[in-house]
Design a protein around this ligand. Sequence first.
Ligand code: ZN
Length: 382
Amino acid sequence: MKLCNNCVLIIEDDQNICDECKSYIPDSINWDEMENKFFDVYNQFKGKGEKYDFIVPFTGGKDSSYVLYYMAKKLNARVLALTWDNGLIREKSWENIYRITRNLNVDLHIVKWDHVKLRKLFHATFKRFNKVCYCPFFVFLASSEVAITKKIPAIITGFSEGQREMNHSFSLASQEIEKERFFQTTSLWETFFGIALKVYDDESISKEILNEFFEKINHIKNNLPEDIMYPHFLPLSNYVRWTSFAGLEQTLKEIGWQNPAKTVSHSSCMIEPIKGYIESKHNLNELRAEISYMIRCGGITRDMGIEELEKMSFNTNKPPENLNMFCNFIFIDENQFLKYLTAEKTEYPTPELQQKAEQLKKGMVNSISWIMGVSQHKAKFY
Ligand SMILES: [Zn+2]
């Protein structure tokens, strides 16, 4: 296996540089102008909420910490930090969450789900789809619920440029679009989780788990307030650049941030090395692409990227150090883990269900890009 001389993508033996690096043109975005656009957005929402005008989804990782710092300290915005407990947030990230909100004097709202049901959901989705990372949806679910009930008009997310893999200039979506996003995304994921949960023969178990995550949002959907404001999801990285890791670390130290995992990305959640391992086993290259993007736009060096892949258990056939923890978390042992990892993913109860599941997987990719603000105005689901 040969790596690109410039980034960490895999290339053919007769290549030296990957196609992405060859065709990469540094963007010519005028970031001062973009930031001014963000001030316009800010002014548009300022004072429009009841008690808060903005939610910042907050994991204690570097990107969301920066967004919270930017909103609370630089703009002095009326902001609510929101954390959703996926059961796998690192202890040091929780410390960041409490310390930083205290230092910035920002209110913190924590959305919690029943831990056993959460773990059973992870079990089902891993067994059925080998998927283990649901934060892009959890952030949407938790933020939408809180934004609609507390009348908060905008959600400023911390998806980084690397995660979004490019910059996407867009204008603010209309309420019609946000409404569509809200309804489509929630029902899409409810169906997706519903299919995964069929791994439990007892239907009452799957129903109970599904209710834990969707009862509240469905209640909101059925009883929408008359003056409903569908929250706008905006990634700050669309307007403000913070790609340089070293520079960022300095700023974040001032508000008490400590690196939870000694990594340059995805530091807040224990799932990352597990995800990396699963991806590498399936020859998927999501993380590779993300890190390569960070290298290309100068955020980190190639050596840091290679080290990062190792830390994420990506480049190796060596299982991650915390595999045992994860197996316990989803009620299996390491043998079962490997069995589920290598099993044919065609064991669906019916061919119709399998077809639906395949369509849904595509829809989910689209819904995640939509939540991240990669494709903003055209929602193409399945
Ligand atoms: Zn490359």
